[in-house]
Design a protein around this ligand. Structure first.
Ligand code: FAD
Ligand code: NAI
Length: 475
């Protein structure tokens, strides 16, 4: 006997579980299918983000930052510590507890919103009169039918050709979050977001970290001035970042991993490490979805083809999050999930791709929204720029963290804010003001005229806005 729903969501990551909740709020009888298992084989909704992504990485970034502060910054505050040590298994157990709190929170939200949750793999069976039949293969087998299906099956780590992840020596993000002891030497391939965040975790805990990056520029998508400042800070901390390398053969031996590579000058080199994290991007995941059964179109990268409103080639089938085009970010997946549920309800769901913030949770943090200076130059835009260093901010001095700046870019004629770029303390929180400003099409003068609390890091955003008009007050 099949069970009939209005909406079936396949995948319970940030795209899927949020879509399911919004659909249920809008009055639809909604099912969400997710196959992620916890260590006991039970359900662990939340996807990559909750289980092996955003949440556990931030837990480890916090633990390792505490350790680094205790070892290096506390002394400046007159706080003495003897015999500082790190208990890695305990740190990992805390991270696992944080993950479980989030898994349980999502199960609670499903109950609260009356979303029917199915633990297992969801796959298309066939199109049926007025909808689609979807099979769930889990502890029990179920057949579900609905007129509307939202696919949110996420992404997986990309492996280097010929070097599969064994999660022992060659680690994806999954293994990188489970290393049981601080490696003496850690290598990473790819100095993107994961490379920098995970490299920072293990460097802070005492590993000698080397990152090999294929491109000749560091963080090419980030505003150049901000990327330069961040590179300086990371190098000073001891992260070794080799740009413009070509990775060759990778051998796993008894003593660890040996990576042959050619450096930017063309010299043949070898990097010997205890563990190697490969963080070279992610690939959309449609494994097990049986997309062929219903003729769901995929592009050459394996992503589900969607239009600007997340409609696939099939009527009533939508796709959101990492499995479709666009940035692979949890908040982008969530926004798409909400918008699709609202479109199914006949409302005008909307995602503004121009105001999706990016954050890299290193220290200093890097956060931005809107266009970079190099993008503005490339499109020949007339713009004004203002920046303010945290060195001149009272709160940053009191915190003891004065690295970096806030930089604001505004249209030369209209003064509309076109981009805000931050490297420094709490950039992840500061960027929210810039996102709001850009959503409301604020000018730099608007921000400059708003009263900001003193002393706060946010005063740097106001000062950067004043700097656009060359009238900073504190620099
Ligand atoms: P996912 O979170 O991947 O969820 C997909 C779910 O679908 C999974 O649970 C999967 O098991 C399930 N599934 C797949 N196929 C089926 C099927 N056939 N049947 C049933 N279930 C299925 N983004 C941020 O915005 N901020 C961050 O700080 C951040 N940190 C990250 C750190 C790391 C280490 C990584 C790897 C990623 C990070 N991301 C971050 C990216 C973020 O995790 C993803 O963008 C986000 O999880 C995408 O959400 P999603 O719902 O599209 O897919
Ligand atoms: P990424 O795309 O951020 O970085 C990959 C890096 O690897 C790039 O710099 C690329 O040039 C390099 N690279 C690719 N192939 C290479 C090769 N063969 N040799 C050497 N270098 C190579 O991807 P990453 O770090 O794997 O993260 C995946 C995605 O997960 C991110 O793009 C982001 O969408 C998401 N994420 C978001 C986070 C956040 O929002 N804070 C944190 C972590 C991940």
């Amino acid at each position: 006997m099949s069970k009939t729903f209005d909406v079936i969501v396949i995948g319970g990551g940030p795209g899927g579980y949020i879509a399911a909740i919004r659909a249920a709020q809008l009055g639809f009888n909604t099912a969400c299918i997710d196959e992620w298992k916890n260590s006991k084989g039970g359900p662990a909704p939340g996807g990559t983000c909750t289980n092996v992504g955003c949440i556990p990485s931030k837990a480890l970034l916090q633990s390792s930052e505490h350790f680094e502060h205790a070892g290096h910054a506390f002394a400046d505050h007159g706080i003495g510590l003897k015999d500082l040590s790190i208990d890695v298994p305990k740190m990992l157990a805390r991270k696992d507890t944080v993950v479980k709190q989030n898994n349980d929170g999502i199960l609670y939200l499903f109950k609260k919103n009356k979303v029917s949750f199915f633990h297992g793999r969801g796959s298309f069976v066939k199109a049926v009169d007025g909808g689609y039949e979807v099979q769930v293969a889990g502890a029990t087998a179920e057949t579900l039918v609905a007129k509307q299906v939202i696919v949110a099956t996420g992404s997986n780590a990309r492996a280097l050709p010929g070097t599969p992840f064994d999660e022992e020596n060659i680690l994806s993000n999954d293994g990188a979050l489970r290393v049981g002891a601080v490696p003496k030497k850690l290598g990473l391939i790819g100095s993107g977001v994961i490379g920098l965040e995970m490299g920072s975790v293990w460097r802070r805990l005492g590993a000698e970290v080397t990152i090999l990056e294929g491109l000749p520029t560091f963080l090419g998508a980030v505003d150049e001035q901000i990327a330069k400042e961040a590179h300086k800070a990371f190098t000073k901390q001891g992260l070794k970042i080799e740009l413009g390398v070509k990775v060759g053969e990778i051998k796993v031996g008894k003593k660890g991993v040996s990576v042959a590579f050619t450096n930017a000058k063309g010299d043949a080199q070898t990097l010997d490490v205890d563990k190697l994290i490969v963080s070279i991007g992610r690939v959309p995941n449609t494994v097990g979805l049986n997309a062929e059964a219903v003729g769901l179109a995929l592009d050459e990268r394996g992503a589900i083809v969607v239009d600007a409103e997340c409609r696939t080639n099939l009527p009533g089938v939508w796709a959101v999050g990492d499995v479709v085009r666009g940035p692979m970010l949890a908040h982008k997946a969530e926004e798409e999930g909400v918008a699709v549920a609202e479109r199914i309800a006949g409302q005008h769901g909307h995602v503004n791709f121009n105001t999706i913030p990016w954050v890299i949770y290193t220290s200093p943090e890097i956060a931005w929204v809107g266009e970079t200076e190099q993008q503005l130059k490339a499109r020949g835009a007339a713009y004004k720029s203002g920046s303010f260093p945290f060195m001149a901010n009272g709160r940053a001095r009191a915190l003891g963290d004065t690295t970096g700046m806030v930089k604001m870019l505004a249209d030369a004629k209209t003064d509309e804010i076109l981009g805000v770029h931050i490297v420094g303390p709490m950039a992840s929180e500061l960027i929210a003001e810039a996102v709001v400003a850009m959503e409301f099409k604020a000018s730099s003068e608007d921000i400059a005229r708003i009263c900001h609390a003193h002393p706060s890091l946010s005063e740097s955003t106001k000062e950067a806005a004043l700097a656009v008009d060359k009238r900073t007050l504190n620099f």
